[in-house]
Design a protein around this ligand. Sequence first.
Ligand code: KIV
Ligand code: ZN
Length: 523
Amino acid sequence: MSIQHPSFGRIDSDRIIFFDTTLRDGEQSPGFSMNLDEKLRMAQALADLGVDVIEAGFPVASEGDFESVRQIAESIRGPVICGLARASVKDIEAAGRAVEKAERRRIHQFISTSDLHMKYKLRMEREQVLELIAMGTQTARRFTDDVEWSAEDGSRTDPDFLCRCVEVAIRNGATTINIPDTVGYATPEDMRRIFAMVRERVPGADQVILSTHNHNDLGLAVANTLAAVEGGARQIECTINGIGERAGNAALEETVMALRTRADAYPYRNGIETTRLLSVSRLLANITSFDVQPNKAIVGRNAFAHESGIHQDGMLKNAQTYEIMTPESVGWSKSSLVLGKHSGRAAFRDKLATLGYADLDDVTINQAFQRFKDLADSKKIVFDADVVALVDDETRDHERVRFVALDLMAGSTRRAEATLTLNVDGNETTATREGNGPVDAAFNAVHALFPHEATLALYSVGAITEGSDAQARTTVRLEEAGKLVDGQGADADTVVSAVRAYVHALNKLIAKRTRREPEALSA
Ligand code: KIV
Ligand code: ZN
């Protein structure tokens, strides 16, 4: 069985479309906002990963959102570029203009269909919603033949009404029908049944792509996604690291590896290059300063670590005793011990590639290499985790303020004093300040060099590896006018690590000041 699709041409029923919404559903969640450059980097990484559709944003939400969708549409080649729009002409026109230059473009139309949402959020009757579905899909078709329609709160929608809505959307030109579990309430069996019902009852459902979009409020997002596929969904909406509204969306890396590892149960094809999963995950964590938890499936630091003696013994005899997929298949390298102080640039570059940093530019590699050399001079063994922390630190967007140097005088018999040099807007300046301990003194010096109103909301330090010569990884959270940003830094010197994290957070705050947050996504 196959269908004809405006963007994909003839598409067989065993092909799963990966629709990534990291830059829309993910980006709109608190703390995950990205600037234009960061979104472009993420979009390129998603294209390299092989996703079929990138939902690049919600163009009507702000000028910044419009511009980032427009630039992604203009510069990213490969995936279909999609813009989200409510059922309003203004939204649809903004989305249509934003994706105009894409190689292949999609408008994603949505409106709530559950009784609860229609009554309290939309304050509309069913007939009005049906009219808006017809209007929205028809209007979107004026801009592109590839139109997706979504039933917001679809999993809690009355089944008969849901079928009527889907029928109206298809009749008026939708080519993908998405039925989201917007609030993460459904069970896998609910999802399987809903898709099977739509396929069976709605005329034309066999000529469109059915899509699933699951939130993770009960931790069921990936399970619900797989169940929807069993019911007939062939497009999966998901995000890198599972970011998204509230508890997030189905994680792309988990979903694709479940499909691949259990191909016996899910005999479908997709276009994802799984060896890139780790590097895309790291890029996102790095851009947003939100690390994934250590035990996160696929991309967490412990996902392939075997600690207990029994497990290690089994692994040595046959890796399949405790590994259901190979670490290499998702981008992890084999060894955990890396380079020493005699390692050269080529070995360093090679190591970066095996750690999932294949696409760094030469300037970043050179700067990271210099820092690696400094670290290797002071530390006996440099582990993979050290290199990752160092490169993450170097690739962060230190736009206006950059750390240059720090000297400290501290101890139990004197008041701490920090002499700090920062590069602010291209000019190096130095200040010396005292404080209640070296970190306080260093942060006071940051204040002196770059005055600001933000307050310190969180300061936490951890060791990246073991031993007293381990690098420290610091997180600094700043708050200004209700806005929170997290910055991260790493260095063998704990105070330098703290200042790097502070500077990273400051840069994010500066970027945030000039950006309006997207409006709530309500129709
Ligand atoms: O969760 C949801 O319902 C959404 C829609 C806009 C698709 O994100
Ligand atoms: Zn969503």
